[in-house]
Design a protein around this ligand. Sequence first.
Ligand code: ADP
Length: 745
Amino acid sequence: MNPRRYLTDPRRPASRLLLILASIIAVVVFCIDALTSLDIAIAVLYVVVVLLTASTGMRRTTVAVAWGCIALTLIAYLASHDTSYFGSALARCLVSMLAVGTTAYLALRNQSSTATLLEQVQLLDLTHDAIVVYDLNNVITFWNRGAEELYGWPARHAIGKTIHDLVQTEFPVPVDVISGSLLSEDRWEGELVQTRSDESLVTVSSRWSLWRDVQGRPLAILATNNDVTQRKQMEAEIMRQQRELRATIDAIPGMVWSSGPDGCVSFINERWSDMGISLVNLRGELWRAVVHPDDVSQLEEAWSGARATSEMFSHVARMRRGDGVYRWLHIRGAPLMDEDGRVLRWYGVNTDIEERKLAEEALERSEAFLARAQGLSHTGSIGMKIPGGEMSWSVEACRIFGYPPGTQPSRQLVMDRIHPEDAGLVHALFERAMRGEPHVDVEHRLLLPDGAQKYVHFVAHAMTSQSGQPEYVGALMDVTESKMTQEALHRSMTELAHATRVTTLGELTASIAHEVSQPISAIVTNGGAALRWMTRDVPDWHEASTSIEAMIRDARRASDIIRRIRTLVQKHDLQHAVLGVNAIVEESIELVRHELQKQRTELAVELSAEPLYVLGDRVQLQQVVINLLINGVQAMAAASGARKTMLVRTSRPDPGHVLVLVRDSGTGITDEDAGRLFNAFFTTKPEGMGMGLSICRSIVEAHGGRIWAESNEEHGATLQFTLPLHPYSGRCTPDDADELSLRME
Ligand code: ADP
């Protein structure tokens, strides 16, 4: 086979050269033929001219040259043999013409077959495949345009080179194996990696054919190579994407599956192996074996329903793990449809919701517990979103407000149940909540449609919900019962206090009698004196009136003492008023003064110079002071010490409090008794009740104060209590007026 480069373009410079050479030879032959009388057929040499012309491949020129040579042969014959046209000269002329004609004919035939071959080679150039022909020594003999484009070397560079050295072929199998297969089957095909002229690698799909001669001997190898680099890259990319997709599907925290339109599972991801389930377990009807028997029929119904309607599928069922343990799964599936709406495949994912189920059950249980606990503790919960004001409440809260279960709460519904007198309070509470106050705490009343009244205590905190929205979460306690109990307790405490007061007064009878009899005997004495001053011969009216004034003063004093005693004995409800502490202390001392004197007690009273006011009940606070004074007197009576001293002091230990202190030189308090002194029924006295200090503590604490006892360093005890100081506004209350007038006396 001719290499492509030898089938050349006739217009190239070599053709012109051949034509010039042919012309020169033709001229020389003609000259010799025409001008010499050589008896040789010199004109035969025209065949050289014809052959040279024919070798250019120019068909018409060859024909013309052939005819020209014949013409020149004739002309030379006629010119050189003007007399004898016959004989050997004619024979030479004819032979020459015959030779030229035959040569031209043969040359034209050869030219035609060469042209056909050239066309065929050009056809080979048209193909995009790289076609390379090389002999058994791998020397390239043909290199088409496809090869030029693929490898980057032109044919003139490639032809003559050893193919596998030029393109640095990397064989997938040893080259001997390829040669063996080529020789036995005359063909081989496979993929090769070769190097281009720019050093880049190219993967080619190569098909080799062995070309044999007529005797069957191997002549050459024709290799047709296709560049499959891009395809290979794409294949590699597709493979990579497939691997990545598979890895992604396997990494999905769910059991992914796909099935045909008939519902038969054909693919499951790696996660299923965590459950110990393989594709084999799900094929055909086998899936029934892994689903909990109680869930099979429902699941089947739901699955076939979804397939019948081609709608999304969602169902919850238990599936058995490889170890036999059932777990709750949420099974979801979606159809993939073609353009006509026919289901091509189903894709789904099963999610293990065992933990969620357990959490839901636990939540249900704790909700039930909470509801029960709320019912038992009469505490409901209320939530309110800010700023929208959307509310939610628990069953118990709904019950406390007196609405049927399931009623959706609203601000209006809440306000409808608020006691009219507390409506302003609750309204303000809502406003405060809307302003975002972090903590609200209020006690108010509800008035139910049946007229029943409830006391509730509402505490709420502002917090941010999981969705980031601010809201209030609060507890609503029905404190009606405890309120009633408190009130009953308070009543009994008041009654007990009254009883102990009366008892104390009983103990003070002698003192009181003394206190009352003193002014009465003074009245009698002053009355007698007044009479005497008036009945004198010369009545002394001035002295008489002085005595009468003294009588009036004493009578007032007696009546005041009686009034105070009556007040102490009388039962009365709590009456809070602004009271001067010093006056209370002084009045109390008055009532026990006689006792103190009887015991020969040295009493020191240190009242604060500034007036100290508290808000409280006069009778109760007097009871406290009297109790402390009498306890002190009794402790001193029991003590062996010769000197009996008592200090009563009022002071202001800090800007907000009043302190009343009673210090005696009595028995003192043992460490053991210190902790239980204020306990009810604790007494160390043979006839003691042990209620005095207990009631004192209740009274002081009800007034917002604190009472305590401690032993003195030397001897005796100190009992003291504090009360909140009332920010006296300068207004004089009736009690103050009363008390101030007492002090003036
Ligand atoms: P009672 O006077 O009926 O015993 P109290 O509650 O008034 O009941 O007092 C309880 C006890 O506290 C007394 O029995 C006494 O032991 C002790 N106590 C109270 N005041 C003093 C005091 N000033 N000094 C020593 N002990 C006291």
